[in-house]
Design a protein around this ligand. Structure first.
Ligand SMILES: [Zn+2]
Length: 236
């Protein structure tokens, strides 16, 4: 993938994280209103960063971690590099999406690209309802996919000023590396457009939280009636 294509993908990934984060407070307000426990998950903090040099007289060289070979970089055209300057700094287009170190804790996968299971535990069911909520919140133009999170976050002492770390024993899952299916199909890697949205709608089986949030059903009433007995027999 070219430097610019990689930059564009990371910007899209950041937008998806931002959309999820943006939807969450609205979902939480509903939950607060309904006096539900709503601390089962958070969306990761992140920074979009670009490599560069502090001095315009220094030639920029990609870091080894970027995977961009220095000698190859030199052969690229100005358009392919798309470097910019800020004061005396040279800023390359080699872009990183930086997130907090999560530590070696268990990763839980809630959904795949085209696989959206229903969960009966509290945290999983909250994710189910959040998926349903974000679809409606987006005016039916977006579903979240590839949802994964880590619990029991490891937080170094020097990061304790951050909002995520006020409760180091927090069991909330931190969601990261999200993707989405959107009506335009343009939200980044893996976005399968309408097909991806429809697959999610077909597979979603409402949990109790969906009803508590008064979310509009995603399927016709007949289809919901057929599932109702199953739903009632599952405890959450
Ligand atoms: Zn639902």
């Amino acid at each position: 993938m070219s430097i610019l294509a990689n930059r564009d993908q990371l910007v899209k990934e950041a937008i998806t994280l931002g959309r999820a984060e943006n939807a969450k407070p609205t979902a939480l307000r509903y939950q607060y209103y309904l006096q539900l426990n709503c601390l089962e998950f958070k969306v990761t903090d992140f920074i979009l960063a670009r490599e560069g040099t502090a001095c315009v007289n220094d030639r920029f060289e990609p870091s080894p971690a970027s995977g961009v070979d220095s000698s190859h970089y030199l052969t690229l055209s100005d358009a392919e590099k798309d470097e910019t300057t800020s004061g005396t700094a040279v800023i390359s287009s080699i872009t990183w999406l930086l997130e907090r170190e999560r530590g070696d804790v268990e990763l839980r996968k809630y959904s795949g690209t085209l696989d959206h299971p229903r969960y009966s535990d509290k945290q999983g069911a909250t994710i189910n309802a959040f998926q349903h909520f974000t679809y409606l919140y987006s005016n039916e133009t977006l579903v979240l996919a590839d949802i994964q999170g880590k619990s029991n976050i490891f937080t170094p002492l020097y990061l304790h000023r951050s909002s995520e770390s006020h409760d180091p024993k927090s069991q909330a899952a931190i969601l990261f590396d999200l993707m989405s299916h959107t009506a335009t199909g343009g939200s980044g890697t893996g976005d399968q457009g309408e097909k991806g949205i429809q697959t999610s709608l077909d597979q979603h089986e409402c949990v109790q939280k969906c009803a508590l949030l008064s979310l509009k059903p995603l399927r016709e009433p007949e289809a919901l009636d057929a599932n109702e007995e199953d739903n009632d027999s599952n405890s959450e």
